[in-house]
Design a binder for this molecule. Structure first.
Ligand SMILES: [Zn+2]
Length: 142
C-alpha cells in the first residue's frame, strides 16, 4: 500500500493536466510508504504515448532526496488517452523493481483516475493507494 496526502496527490494530477495532451512524468519520494515530496520531471519525448524523464532533472531530484533523507517510492506518468494500466512499454521499461509505478489516466478529463502498480519480471500487480486522512482506499479520485 502507498499512502499519499491530498496535496501531493493534487500535485501529480495537476502536473498531468498541465502537460495534457502529452504524457507527464515524475518522481514521488518519501519515507516508509508515505509519499512526502513530488518531483515533476520534463518528458523529453514530448509525446502523447511515451515518456523519457530528463536525466539532468532526475540527478537533481535524487540529490535533493538524499539531502532530505527521502527514498524513491514511486515513478509516475500520465496516460492522456488510455486507462490507468501499464502499457507493454511501461512493463518493458520498469527498471526500478523496488519502486511503485503510478499511472494517471486522463481519458476522462473531468475525472482523473490514478492507480499504483508493482512491476516485477514482467508481471503487473496493482497496489492500493490510500489518501492520508481518509479511511477509504481510493481507486478513482476526482
Ligand atoms: Zn504508460
Amino acid at each position: 500500500m502507498l499512502i499519499i496526502k491530498k496535496k501531493q496527490l493534487d500535485e501529480i494530477i495537476n502536473h498531468s493536466c498541465r502537460e495534457y495532451p502529452l504524457e507527464a512524468c515524475g518522481i514521488a519520494a518519501g519515507r516508509g510508504n508515505l509519499i512526502e515530496e513530488i518531483y515533476p520531471l520534463t518528458n523529453q519525448d514530448r509525446s502523447a504515448v511515451t515518456y523519457f524523464a530528463s536525466p539532468e532533472e532526475q540527478v537533481k531530484a535524487f540529490k535533493d532526496m538524499r539531502e532530505k533523507g527521502l527514498e524513491l517510492l514511486a515513478i509516475y506518468h500520465s496516460h492522456p488517452a488510455s486507462e490507468a494500466w501499464p502499457s507493454a512499454t511501461d512493463v518493458k521499461q520498469a527498471f526500478y523493481p523496488e519502486s511503485a509505478y503510478l499511472i494517471v489516466s486522463l481519458k476522462d478529463l473531468d475525472k482523473p483516475d490514478i492507480k499504483a502498480f508493482k512491476i516485477l519480471d514482467g508481471k503487473i500487480e496493482e497496489i492500493t493507494i490510500r489518501v492520508a486522512g481518509d479511511h477509504h482506499a481510493h481507486q478513482s479520485i476526482r
